[in-house]
Structure formats: C-alpha cells, structure tokens
Design a protein around this ligand. Structure first.
Ligand code: COI
Length: 354
C-alpha cells in the first residue's frame, strides 16, 4: 500500500515556529506547521501528502457532519536531551485506531502507512517537539467520512489525517470528580471501547452539569446498574489502597488505555498487587469512608496522570490524601516521564526513536 504511492511532501515557506511561546503552552490550541493527509476511495488509500497545516473545505452534505462516522487517537512524542524525538508505544495507538475503525464501519489504515506518515510528519516538524518538563508534542490522528450524501449508510470515502500540537499536561493540578448515576457514556454493545467522536459529544452535557456544581469531571459508572466504576471523564481510572493498585478491567464499555496499561505495567514491576477487575462504587465509597483509599487518578495520553483530590458521591465530598503522600503515582509519573524522554533506560522497549 505505501509502496504504491510515495508520500508527497510540500513544506511550508512560512513557519509559525518563531511565534510560539513554549513556556506557556495551552492544550490543543497551537498547531505545528504541517499535517499528513490521505484519502480513501474505491476501496484503497490514495494520495498521501504532508502539507502546511490549513483549513479544510467541506460540502455541507459531507456525511460525517450528519451521522458522525469519525474516530481519533491521541499519542505523544518527546524530545530527549540528545535532541532525538521519541514516540511512545505508537503500535498500541495504531492497533486501537483500527479497532475503532471496524466498530464504526470505516476502513482500516494499514499500520505501516500510518507509522510512515507519522514518522515523516514528526521528522519534518521535529523542532516543534518541546523539551521542557511535562511538555510533549501531542499527536492527533483522525479519520472521518467524506461522502457527499445524506442517506444513512457507511460512507464509501474517507479522509485520514494527522496533525500535532506542542502541549503541556491537560490538567494543571488535581481534579475533583463526581460519581455519575444518571447519565452514561457507554453501554454493552455500544461504542464505549472505540475512540469515536460521538462518545465525547455524548459526555459533554453530563460533564457540564457536574462542572456547574464545581467538579472538573465525572466518574462514569456502568449504564445498566450504575453499580460499577468505569472511567473518569476522558481518562481511565486507577486506584491504590495499601499495596493494591487496581483499575476497572477493560471491556466493551471501557477504552483500552495505553497510559493505563503502562501504569499497571510499572506497578507490577515495583511489586504492587495489580488488579484489573470490576470495581463497585460501594467498594470505593467504603474505602473512602475508612480513609483507606490512598490514591485515585485519571490516566490518559493528554492528561498523563491526573491526581484526583475529591470524589463526590450522592452529595458528599470525600477528600483523598494530599498528593505528597502518593507513593505510587508520583513514582510512576516520574519513571514513565524519564523513560519517554530518554533520561532513563527504556526497559520495556516502548519508545520508537525518530
Ligand atoms: C487523550 O488523552 O489523548 C484523549 O483522547 C483525551 C482527549 C479527548 C483530550
């Protein structure tokens, strides 16, 4: 597939890099100079290109606008002290992208094509990869339906694109979350395991209601009984109580998070007892009541590790211990960061060096 058509590269003559304040990066508002694009038509991918970052022009009947066939990924690249660019576990994101594509009745993107487009884009925009603490180049691959047709059916044409943004962490400090017992983000048989745009749209209203009450995000529970914890906002959730590090097992209703997996991996490495299983709300509330929930944090590419300071359940705020006492999350965050940035040995062979 990749050999069929070479990636055409049209670099910009007008880099925006000198305008960027790398010390004060907002999340997701500063876009690097270039983007990768390729179109799907007649059952194959055509015309791979890297071009200056620019607006798209779409017919108002473009199918994605009406019926939401749209998926995305979030990945990060880091700059090490030797100036090399390191991509963290790209194989996992590429595989998950194609799992999302299948569920949304979209074509898969051949992994070698995805990886080559991404590596060429990062190579061209390598000066956009920040090198200071907690910063990274956030990578947004996405695909959407482009048929100009408003009948309801899978589109026959698609666009796959990748753009990048230099960013800091998504949440600057700790987050306050509320256990949600009315609305759901995901249900068995639905699309919760896919990174489908519509999942995020559906979560906005319940999240806004919680935000109006002073919480940053929700702790989602299962759609059937609201008895089990699933995710936190746009992140997976991980808890620690004593020597146990535990997280809801991934399922058809929970996203298979790569940050989550990496955190559980290092937890096992440090000797914690790691449990991936169903976690009842009642168990978490009981631990909170007894002061035995020592750590709770969101895990995601954008947020990395987002400490939770407050969990609200049925009108009552439970406070977690202050993060200075968090033996596990602090160690895991520092360890993962130093592996990603090449400051320590990549002991699980997670990085791809560009
Ligand atoms: C990520 O962590 O990459 C995500 O997808 C969250 C995003 C919606 C900001």
């Amino acid at each position: 597939m990749i050999a069929e058509e070479m990636i055409e590269i049209n670099p910009t003559n007008n880099s925006r890099l000198p305008e960027v304040d790398f010390e004060n990066l907002p999340f997701g508002k500063v876009f690097s100079d270039h983007m990768f694009t390729i179109d799907y038509k007649d059952g194959a991918w055509h015309k791979p290109q890297i071009i200056p970052f620019q607006n798209l022009s779409l017919n108002p009947a473009t199918s994605v606008i009406h019926y939401g066939q749209s998926i995305f990924e979030g990945m990060k690249a880091f700059k090490s002290e030797d100036g090399k660019v390191r991509l963290f576990r790209p194989d996992r994101n590429i595989a998950r992208f194609n799992i999302s594509a299948e569920r949304m009745c979209m074509p898969s993107v051949p992994p070698a094509l995805f990886q080559e487009g991404l590596e060429k884009l990062l190579d061209l925009d390598r000066n956009w990869v920040p090198d200071h603490k907690d910063a990274a180049l956030y990578i947004r691959p996405f695909m959407f339906a482009t048929d100009e047709y408003i009948g309801v059916k899978p589109s026959e044409t698609y666009k796959f694109m990748i753009f990048t943004c230099p960013v800091n962490k998504y949440y600057a400090g700790s987050v306050k979350v509320k256990i949600e017992e009315e609305f759901s983000r995901s249900m068995p048989g639905g699309t919760g395991f896919a990174k489908a745009a519509g999942n995020y749209a559906a979560s906005l209203y319940p999240a806004k209601l919680a935000q109006d009450q002073g919480y940053n995000q929700l702790l989602w529970t299962d759609a059937i009984e609201h008895k089990y914890i699933e995710e936190s906002g746009t992140m997976n959730i991980v808890f620690r109580s004593g020597n146990k590090v535990f997280s809801p097992a991934v399922s058809t209703t929970i996203l298979r998070g790569i940050t989550r997996d990496s955190i559980l991996h290092v937890a096992r490495d440090y000797g914690y007892q790691v449990e991936e299983r169903k976690i009842e709300v009642a168990e978490i509330v009981d631990l909170l009541e007894k002061g035995e929930l020592h750590e709770a944090f969101g895990a995601g590419t954008a947020a990395t590790i987002a400490p939770i300071s407050v969990i609200n359940f049925r009108g009552k705020d439970y406070h977690l211990p202050s993060t200075e006492q968090w033996d596990f999350a602090n160690k895991a965050a520092a360890d993962l960061n130093s592996m990603k940035t090449g400051r320590s040995e990549d002991r699980f062979s997670w990085n791809v060096v560009i």
